[in-house]
Design a protein around this ligand. Structure first.
Ligand code: NOJ
Length: 940
């Protein structure tokens, strides 16, 4: 069953005033071409250079009589090598404007995003230099002064260069369009007849369509726009770049498509306006639940990026133009310029520019600003069993027992909204969940956890202490008149907590204390849903834009940040559940913004039990990863509808590669816990789950990596092979961390094989039977229903744990298996990161980080850790955890007949198995008796 999205509930560009205005502006600019006078110029005498910052004023000429508006600009050159361009409006900075409708909203443009999103990387450069001419100024900055920003005064524009090449251009097409504040001019109709009432008409400046400036109605709701038009637009061109990625969340390809129509292109710009999109459609630029306005542009051997720090509704047009006719191009092939055009409804132009040159450099620089991905508790990367709803506490225990009985590993069982009494969060329905404590204790026996949902809407009813406190303390979002806002969601009439308010966070924390009325426990964690926010009777299923938040900021100004602030409040609340207990919180969020990656996981919302939704998940997760939020997943099995058995099976075989791995289903669907589906499916799914669990050491190591430098957990082709143009658009296969594991799960109905693209001339082995693939290009891999297409690239060492258990917690002290996958030259390298999987002690050195290397016939384990206060104490707890076996794939022929290897002064047994039918030779070392935390050497 596939039902199309209720698209009509959400605006298309031509239904959004400012979106239409910016597109019209772009079209006019293109039509006028070189005859056009661009109305923005920097006044050179306003420019100052101090501490690596250029400050000055852009003057916008607003009419034929030469009237101007002043737009202060600050360009900062940062020590990290990033540059930041901020453009504001002087009149509004000074509060020198009037709002209509007696609005009490703030007069400034929203300028408080930074504390929510930016955590570092703002130190100003110590070495940037400026040199000015009459018409422009040039700043040299970045590593070894390799970067340059050339700011042209009239018209205003900036070219960013690396090693002398222009990589990013601002206002190249002259689409900078800053809608300045203006009073609404009303004039008396001249030909008023006697006896008639005076009518007022609006004065329309020539050539401008004012119809959506002062008021806009959509779906029966009217936005009163007390500040009038205030949107901003800017074109950003990437010369010579033919791929752009990022700006999640959309259901479409990783490499973004063009958006101005035509065959295979989107009709609308990519929209970012966090929304509860019910039954969303595939291959679309329409908005979804979260937004990250960070884009990477990529061409052979070069990646650059931009991040627009703005949390209002935003749209991005993408067009690609062949540069073949450009006489200035150096003629190396036909180049493409990707031309993007960004527009936001309100706020500032505040754009960061990252000049790479590698994808890793760009992701790292972006992460330095917004933070790296949370290192989650280890259980959180196991399997999560969810549905709407497990109906009683007995039901939960029953599912738990059956998973154990069928030896299906899982870590977390989830409760959706029905566990509450009448959708009052922080309560348990006494009839169905009479013993939450007993349920939590039951789960804890297998080291399993419970996640319960808590949404931001608070039921408006008199007998509910939570809403009473919210009202009394005035911690809710307000309507445009300053009264508490009331809307409709699951509980019926509700208020919304305003997590922009610090007092709301303090209060929220109090609700989660172990000592509070809500039965909380160390193995209870939280799911934040509906935090776009979803408001069933609101415009586009969210809040009216003229609602007011803490500090009297309009909802319009902060909308895309709303989800993050709620997620943050819950994260803070879990951190503070008990004094002295510092465990890493786990909070899943549906809505997100740049920075949300520090707080937990996200998932792609309400997908469907269909093959196209299964296929769509990987591009979405990959895109989230390169936009800095890799702890991502999709509902396994599909949320709406009942998956056929083979679809469900293929979905589990895919889901084991989602960084966040959860099965979930709508309340109207049939039960589908893996043990219910029956054999052979249950067996196949169980084997897939065991594969995830046995590779957990590799996954956790990849999560660790993401947490220190922002590298995605599953990585698209272009990220790992930035020179291989043939792979830049590939988004259905990926690498897992730095393990060399290359997966291409089956996502099409009835497929019995997949074609996997091998990017280099290294040798690759099938994960399961060591079948060899030894040259570059597309390879066919057989993939009947019980087979997952997964290859190991030569040259890596993959850590595993091979003893099947019920949960990650029970595997904590299990021994390791090391899989040495030899390269063509007979070498391999790999890393392992281990810690206690729950606390923050790793910050004080309580972890193990090893580098394994196989070279010249010997395997060594070397310490990569930095010693801290808690290192020794932690290592003691790991003393008895060792390596139980070592598998060497591609073992040399010379080892035939060899039965032992040297381990220090002792030895261990080894078996060698010869090559057979294209399957590589391999060897097995049994019980080498080396500890995982020690330095050692094994000689083969
Ligand atoms: C919407 C969420 O996307 C879905 O996962 C959840 O089951 C329902 N809300 C009910 O809470």
């Amino acid at each position: 069953m596939t039902v199309p999205v209720k698209h009509d509930n959400f605006k298309r560009c031509d239904q959004s005033g400012f979106c239409t205005r910016h597109r019209v502006y772009a079209d006019k600019a293109a039509a006028e071409g070189s005859h056009r006078t661009i109305p923005y110029q920097i006044t050179p005498e306003s420019l100052t250079w101090k501490n690596s910052q250029l400050q000055g004023t852009i003057v916008k000429t607003i009419n034929a009589s030469g009237e101007t508006v002043r737009l202060p600009i600050v360009i900062s050159f940062l020590e990290s090598g990033s540059a930041r361009v901020v453009i504001d409006e002087e009149k509004r900075q000074k509060g020198d404007i009037e709002l209509r409708h007696n609005s009490i909203a703030r007069k400034e443009r929203y300028n408080e995003i930074e504390p929510w999103t930016v955590v570092g990387g703002l130190d100003l450069s110590k070495s940037a230099t400026e040199s000015r001419s009459e018409s422009s100024t040039t700043v040299k900055y970045g590593p070894d002064g390799k970067f340059e920003a050339i700011v042209t005064f009239a018209p205003f524009g900036i070219d960013f260069k690396r090693d002398g090449n222009t990589e990013v251009k601002f206002n190249d097409r002259g689409l900078l369009n800053f809608e300045h504040w203006r009073p609404k001019v009303e004039k008396v109709e001249p030909e008023k007849k006697e006896g008639e009432e005076e009518t007022k008409v609006e004065e329309v400046p020539a050539g401008e369509d004012e119809s959506t400036w002062w008021e806009e109605t959509f779906g029966g709701a009217t936005d009163t726009k007390p500040k009038g038009p205030e949107s901003l637009g800017l074109d950003i061109t990437f010369p010579g770049y033919d791929h752009v990625y990022g700006i999640p969340e959309h259901a479409g390809s990783l490499s973004l498509k063009e958006t101005r129509g035509g065959s295979g292109h989107h009709e609308d710009p990519y929209r970012m306006y966090n929304a509860d999109v019910f039954e969303y459609i595939m291959d679309s630029s329409m908005t979804l639940y979260g937004s990250i306005p960070f884009m990477q542009a990529h061409r052979k051997d070069s990646t650059v990026g931009v991040f627009w720090l703005n949390v209002a509704e935003m749209w991005v047009d993408v067009i690609k133009e062949k540069e073949a006719h450009n006489p200035l191009s150096l003629g190396i092939g036909a180049k493409t310029d990707t031309k993007t055009h960004w527009f936001a409804e309100s706020g500032l132009i505040d754009v960061f520019v990252f000049l790479g040159p590698t994808p890793k450099d760009v992701t790292k620089a972006y992460g330095e600003l917004t933070g790296y991905s949370q290192l989650p508790q280890e259980f959180a990367i196991g399997y999560h069993q969810c549905r709407w709803n497990y109906v009683t506490d007995e039901d939960v225990k029953d599912v738990d027992r059956k998973m154990s009985k069928h030896q299906i590993p899982y870590d977390v069982i989830w409760l959706d909204i029905e566990y509450t009494e009448d959708k009052k969060y922080f309560t348990w329905d006494p009839l169905t969940f009479g013993d939450p404590k007993g349920m939590l204790e039951h789960l804890d026996k297998s080291d399993r956890k419970l996640v319960a949902i808590i949404d931001p809407h608070i039921k408006k009813t008199s007998d509910y202490h939570v809403v009473n406190e919210l009202e009394k303390k005035d911690l809710g979002v307000h309507n445009k008149d300053g009264n508490i806002y009331e809307g409709w969601c699951w509980p019926g009439s509700s208020h919304w907590i305003d997590c922009f308010n610090p007092a709301a966070i303090t209060w929220w924390k109090s609700l989660f204390q172990y000592s509070s009325a809500f039965v909380s426990a160390p193995n209870l964690f939280i799911w934040n849903d509906m935090n776009e926010p979803s408001v069933f009777n609101g415009p586009e299923t969210t809040m009216p834009k003229d609602n007011l938040h803490y500090g009297n900021w309009e909802h319009r100004d902060i909308h895309n940040l709303n989800g993050l602030t709620f997620h943050n409040a819950t994260y803070q609340a879990l951190l503070s559940r008990k004094k002295g207990e510092l465990k890493r919180p786990f909070v899943l969020t549906r809505s997100f913004y740049a920075g949300s990656q520090r707080l937990g996981a996200m998932w792609t919302g309400d997908n469907q039990a269909s093959w196209d939704h299964l296929a769509a998940a990987f591009p979405m997760i990959l895109n989230n990863g390169i936009a800095g939020f890799p702890f991502a997943g999709a509902d396994v099995g599909g949320f709406f509808g009942n998956p056929e058995k083979d679809l469900l099976t293929r979905w589990y075989q895919s889901g084991i590669f989602y960084p966040f791995f959860r099965g979930h289903a709508h309340i109207d669907t049939r039960r589908r816990e893996p043990y219910l589906i029956g054999d052979p499916y249950t067996g196949i799914i169980t084997r897939a789950l065991r594969l995830r669990y046995s590779l957990l050491p590799a996954w956790y190591t990849a999560f660790h990596e993401a947490s220190i430098d922002g590298t995605p957990i599953i990585r698209p082709h272009y990220f790992e092979y930035p020179s291989d143009e043939a792979g830049f658009a590939i988004d259905d296969q990926f690498f897992i961390g730095s393990t060399g594991l290359l997966a291409k799960p089956v996502v099409t109905e009835g497929a019995e094989s997949v074609d996997i693209y091998i990017p280099d001339d290294e040798i690759y082995y099938d994960y399961f039977d060591y079948l060899k693939y030894d040259d570059k290009g597309s390879k066919k891999i057989d993939a009947p229903l019980d087979k997952i297409p997964l290859l190991m690239q030569g040259g890596h060492i993959i850590p595993r744990k091979d003893r099947p258990r019920r949960s990650t917690g029970l595997m904590k002290f299990d021994p390791y298996t090391l899989v040495i996958v030899l390269s063509k030259s007979g070498t391999a390298k790999g890393e392992l990161y281990v810690d206690d999987g729950e606390s923050f002690d790793y910050e004080a050195g309580a972890y193990i980080r090893r580098e394994f290397e196989f070279t010249e016939g010997a395997l060594t384990s070397k310490d990569l850790g930095k010693k801290g206060k808690l290192t020794d104490k932690y290592l003691k707890t790991m003393k008895s955890v060792g390596v139980e076996k070592i598998v060497i794939v591609g073992a040399p022929k010379e080892w035939a007949g060899k039965t032992t290897v040297k381990v220090g002064t002792g030895e261990a047994r080894m078996e060698w198995h010869g090559e057979e039918g294209g399957k590589a030779a391999w060897a097995l070392v049994k019980a080498p008796k080396v500890a995982i935390g020690d330095d050692w050497k094994i000689v083969f």
